[in-house]
Design a protein around this ligand. Structure first.
Ligand code: NAD
Length: 355
């Protein structure tokens, strides 16, 4: 398996280095060979090559079976020409690889239940939701769009569009993901108001005919936003369009209260998937061995599960992370009274020992 590694900026360098130690260990344990090649993205690419996404990086990513990314950005590049900001590297690589599906698990490890913003009785029922968000269509890209004036006043609009093939392929990703989890998909739309949502719902129902082993339900987005905080345990996989997914995936992540713990995956049709923590480059703690490496380590386990179908290997990493939390190891972001305070490297040492 060939993996293109893009550490990026800030804590990206530190957390990716630690995640690669975990990848190496899982390879040794299960007799797998992972070949890694590194490339530049974001601010470090701007410094070295003048652009946030050099052609060499695109080529290396396309040549790989999967991509592991740290994070990009930082104050050093905040005042740079907007056309070449570090974030352009991220958007660019997603586009180059045709990544239309964003998978964001929001999992609350029971050891970190105190960090969750919900009431203890709600937390006790569990929080393990996977939001599958359509990433390249919908209102963020729909045409026509307008920002101007009409009838003597400011006026603007965007258009929410979805073709059947865009809905089918994201529905398939959600059904496949559910098969690897608890087998339930909730499709979120606004079919009571929006025409585009009625098309969405019709196609999801039709595609479901190929996944009769998966349970399908539907929910309006306003209700889904409420149900996520009232009783998140009712959800397994949530599939939705770009705009609703943007909001719901952040909501689901935020209620866990642990930004340093959450991985993500972006998948396309046949190109390599891209795996990254949901947090940014955390310039305030970069280079101090303070970053929590677990979101990136869990991104590696997502890669093994979704790109390489290595279920046992992924389970091994996830169990080791749980055990490490159980043993009380805590970086600053998830610090609790009575915990063992560790840095990025020592946290990874503990995960490796538990593998
Ligand atoms: P951030 O996620 O980098 O940091 C928010 C807060 O969470 C900070 O206090 C940080 O120290 C903490 N934090 C984040 N990850 C952590 C970890 N693994 N361990 C411990 N603490 C952690 O968000 P921000 O401060 O808004 O952005 C900083 C930079 O990152 C900006 O340049 C922004 O554009 C960029 N950014 C990049 C991505 C990405 O690469 N995908 C995502 C978001 C932000």
């Amino acid at each position: 398996m060939k993996i293109c590694v893009l550490p990026g900026d800030g804590i990206g360098q530190e957390i990716v280095a630690q995640a690669l130690r975990v990848l190496k260990k899982v390879g040794e344990k299960y007799g797998r060979t992972f070949e890694t090649t590194e490339a530049l993205i974001g601010g470090c690419a701007i410094d070295a090559e003048g652009v946030p996404l050099p052609a060499d990086t695109i080529a290396k990513c396309k040549d790989a079976d999967a991509v592991l990314l740290g994070a990009v950005g930082g104050p050093k590049w905040d005042t740079i020409d907007p056309a070449i900001r570090p974030e352009k590297g991220l958007l660019g690589i997603r586009k180059e690889l045709g990544l239309f599906a964003n998978l964001r698990p929001a999992t609350l490890f029971k050891q970190l239940a105190d960090a969750c913003y919900l009431r203890p009785d709600i937390v006790a029922k569990g929080l393990d939701v996977m939001v599958v968000r359509e990433l390249t269509g919908g209102i963020y890209f729909g045409e026509p769009r307008f920002d101007g004036e009409k009838d003597g006043e400011r006026f603007g609009y965007n258009t929410m569009t979805y073709y059947e093939h865009e809905i089918r392929r994201i529905a398939r990703v959600a059904f496949e993901a559910a098969r690897k989890r608890s087998g339930r998909v909730c499709s979120v739309d606004k079919a009571n108001v929006l025409d585009v949502s009625r098309v969405w719902r019709e196609i999801v129902i039709d595609e479901h005919k190929n996944y009769q082993d998966v349970e399908l339900s539907h929910m309006y987005v306003d209700n889904a936003a409420m149900q996520l905080v009232r009783d998140p345990s009712q959800f397994d996989v949530v599939v939705t369009g770009n705009l609703f997914g943007d909001i719901l995936s952040d909501e689901a992540a935020a209620i866990t209260g642990s930004i340093g713990m959450l991985p993500s995956a972006s998948l396309g049709e046949s190109n390599p998937g891209l795996y990254e923590p949901i947090h940014g480059s955390a310039p305030d703690i970069a280079g101090q061995d303070k970053a929590n490496p677990l979101a990136t380590i869990l991104s590696v386990s997502m890669m093994l599960r979704h790109s390489f179908d290595m279920t046992e290997e992924a389970d091994c990493i996830e169990s080791a992370v749980e055990k490490t939390l159980e043993q009380g190891y805590r970086t600053g972001d998830i610090w609790q009274e009575g915990g063992k305070s560790v840095g990025c490297v020592e946290m990874t040492d503990a995960v490796l020992a538990n593998m």
